[in-house]
Ligand binder design. Structure first.
Ligand code: FAD
Length: 492
């Protein structure tokens, strides 16, 4: 067994050393500190049956981002005289083994509101209490403690952004500077019989040599697509998701800027407003049983979605025949990130807009492929876009043809992600099936052969979808939300 008593810092999200109250507490009055990250093979190891490279639950982009974040965390810990101990296996089993082996007296980890962690943490806390281990699990992933906001609202989460913002007010910590620097950490003690490794490379996880392939395939991009490739938003979402960046520290930095300028924007559109959206979804998600499902979810409209796998796969694999939709989906596969309104377009198209496929199916695809994939935010936005909750104007849809054209009339975005359409004249780029055959031939892209025809005709499909939405809404109203599977079957 390990020598002497120690404390264990269990990293899950919160992959940072700044504004990390769990890490700070773990480091206090202890001889040894064990900073741990546990790799769950289900989450990280290749799944040969998945529809795209990655594990069962995560696409390769997110796995790579996580490994890079861990390597960065390890580097930062080493600067403070410590290091990251990486272990592999089922997280609760591995953790309990470490607690025993290292004679841990104090266990610290960031509180997590996701159902997965809620269940896991109950097990861990139960063990700790029997073993007499002190547990410290502070809320530091969000600006507010979702439980506090729910309590302030009489036990139920506020269901509109405005009411959330009003209720939440100023974060309690906002007036005093957060602790953002640690100058040193206690040493790591003897690790005994626990199998520790360095942060693995993607290759060591079994993915082949991706970096090498990337170097080998590197081709200096032709032309200058930077005008649209330069994102219009911060692209901080993956860093916030894994907690590499503290949302609270980010908030304080934004407040500093606001204090120094004459004018600044406000919620919901400002940057602080974006962070409040994040906290809003965290709060509703935490206070709503079955938030990630239609059935049994009291804030979710019951709608007779179809489970047409062909349509789902066409959408998922960027073969809908609508270049704007397909380009966004290719960006999802390639980058694991898209602009918010691009996400709007494809989520609306899959669900209430055109295909009428269940939002849970689209959610699953996003959940696996987004680098910023976040349980509360992803589910919240799918509920929103499918008009299942929060937003109910189902007559307002995103046209897969005219919406993108508004921002990018030349279709540069489409040509970048769908090079097969690069020679299609701009007047046809958003609806290439309308191009005369001679034009298609000249562009070396025959619709139906080189690029698919539309999976559904937008006009009639969206009209039919709206009709079904109207029908479902009126049934929900009539039955006061208590719609059964039988009732839905009749509408299908
Ligand atoms: P910025 O505009 O720079 O905003 C800064 C931060 O605010 C973001 O990083 C994010 O943490 C937060 N934020 C911004 N918009 C929202 C929003 N609408 N709801 C909640 N928080 C927000 N975002 C995720 O982080 N993870 C997801 O899994 C996710 N799934 C989505 C699914 C759908 C169907 C839709 C429509 C949106 C989803 N979003 C998700 C929200 C949003 O699209 C992204 O947060 C944003 O595009 C990320 O880019 P950014 O960091 O440049 O955002």
């Amino acid at each position: 067994s390990g020598s002497g008593s120690g404390s264990l810092m269990w990293f899950r999200k919160g992959l940072r050393i700044h504004d990390n109250p769990a890490l700070e507490r773990a480091a206090q009055s202890t001889k040894f500190l064990y900073p741990v990250f546990i790799i769950d093979p289900h989450y990280m190891e290749p799944d040969p049956n998945a529809f795209s490279p990655g594990s069962k639950r995560a696409g390769l982009n997110r796995i790579r981002f996580l490994l890079q974040s861990l390597a960065d965390l390890d580097l930062n810990l080493r600067k403070l005289g410590s290091r990251l101990l990486v272990l592999k296996g089922e997280p609760s089993q591995v953790l309990l083994r470490c607690l025993k082996e290292w004679d841990v007296k104090k266990l610290c980890f960031e509180y997590d509101t996701e159902p997965y962690y809620q269940a896991l943490d109950i097990k861990v806390k139960d063990y700790a209490s029997i073993a007499g281990i002190e547990v410290y699990s502070p809320v530091s992933h969000t600006l507010f403690n979702p439980a506090d906001v729910i309590q302030k609202n009489g036990g139920r989460p506020p269901l509109s952004y405005q009411s959330f913002v009003k209720l939440a007010g100023q974060p309690s910590w906002a007036s005093s500077p957060l602790s953002v620097t640690i100058s040193s950490l206690p040493p790591v003690g003897d690790v005994g019989g626990c199998e520790i490794s360095e942060v693995p490379t993607i290759k060591e996880l079994g993915y082949g040599d991706i970096e090498q392939e990337w170097v080998a395939a590197f081709e200096k991009p032709k032309g200058d697509p930077s005008s649209f490739l330069k994102p219009a938003t911060t692209t901080l979402s993956p860093y916030l998701k894994f907690g590499c960046l503290s949302s609270r520290y980010f908030y304080q930095c934004l407040q500093d800027v606001y204090r120094n300028v004459k004018r600044h924007t406000s919620p919901p559109v400002s940057l602080v407003g974006q962070l409040l959206w994040r906290d809003f979804f965290y709060t509703v998600a935490f206070g709503t049983p079955n938030f990630d499902r239609m059935t049994g979810n009291r804030i979710c409209k019951q709608i007779p979605w179809n489970d047409n796998n062909e349509l789902l796969v066409a959408w998922r694999d960027a073969r809908t025949g609508y270049p704007w939709i397909d380009a966004v989906m290719i960006q999802l596969h390639k980058w694991g990130w898209m602009h918010h309104l691009a996400r709007h377009s494809v989520a609306c198209f899959l669900t209430r807009g055109d295909l009428f496929v269940h939002w849970e199916k689209g959610r699953d695809v996003f959940e696996r492929l987004l680098i910023d994939s976040d349980w509360a935010i992803n589910n919240g936005n799918w509920l929103w876009l499918s008009c299942s909750s929060f937003f109910y104007q189902y007559n307002r849809i995103y046209s897969p043809i005219s919406f993108g054209k508004k921002y990018d009339p030349n279709g540069d975005y489409i040509k970048h992600f769908l090079p097969i359409l690069k020679d299609m004249p701009k007047e046809y780029i958003y609806e290439p099936w309308t191009a005369p055959l001679s034009v298609q031939m000249k562009a070396k892209c025959i619709i139906g052969k080189d690029y698919p025809k539309p999976v559904v005709p937008h006009d009639s499909a969206s009209k039919e979808s709206r009709r079904k939405m109207a029908e479902a809404y009126s049934l929900n109203q009539k039955l006061n939300g208590k719609v059964s599977e039988e009732d839905l079957k009749k509408l299908r």
